[in-house]
Design a protein around this ligand. Sequence first.
Ligand SMILES: [Mg+2]
Length: 346
Amino acid sequence: MEKNGKRERQRGNEREGEDSLDIAEVTAENKRPKPENAVTIAVSTRVLFRTEREQKVFERHGVEEYLRYQIQHENEPFAPGPAFPFVKALEAVNSRLRQLYPQSEELFDIVLVTYNHAHVGIRLINTINHHNLFIERFCMTGGSSPIGYLAAWHTDLYLSADAQKVREALAEGIAVATVFMPEKQTEVSESQLRVAFDGDAVLFSDESERIFKAHGLDKFFEHERQNEDTLLDHGPLKGFLEALGKLQKKFYAKGQRLDCPIRTYLVTARSAASSGLRALKTLRAWGLEIDEALFLAGAPKGPMLEKIRPHIYFDDQMFHVEGAAEMGTIAAHVPYGVAQKRQAGK
Ligand SMILES: [Mg+2]
């Protein structure tokens, strides 16, 4: 059903796509994978780079002054933003994949998404070259929404700083999260990509979360025990975990399970003894391996994440996102499920 939806959107956006700038063909020797084979990660300029100063120029002086500013400064590269180490780690995984499978198109493909006008492209390309990034797909929408393009690119994950755009993309069935600029940033591995996920309303649907919110913790435990053998429905980021698993298996097939450059973590407030079983049984039934599962039974997630040092952590509750960010983890908010109503109602 989802696949059909994706195709429908793709058809609908073909015409719209004409005014986007796609420079995918620039480097002929570095063959780009087809979107349907690749794991496509779309990141916005504001999460990949630090653009706060430019943002201020735009807000205070308007678009014309902003464009003038960008052109004047086009030889000054932007500094790395919160998603930068994540993108670097994707590229580290890609180089390992290319060594093992020189012909395969099953790689991460990174798309830089920006609402910017194409004039700003020169500064972006200079920045990408300055930081030795391998990003050849640009989506410069000149102010209009990039969501149609994301669907056309079979996007497996979209990271943006714009909470409204993130909600719109989520409504279109795209795996998406809002990334915030943290005050401190823990150092992360340059050779192993680590991705941490919350369970309910991220990998799983929010069905159990609803029971908890409506009837409290005791009823939640009772419900999860009773439904231990009933699989949870999928949440918005299940597909991304699946995509990571697909690439992990390529390393396992070459005997590199212990040296795999991708590691995944479930960091959930569920407790192992009772409600954890249903989560693990669901993942197993989906055929998804998660490398480490941490059942915190309500303990704060920040300290655990500080130990894991993931490149990114996904959670549906701002409370956990903020707790993780305070301790230096790049945390991203997935605005899905019953917790959002509660936050909006506060
Ligand atoms: Mg949750």
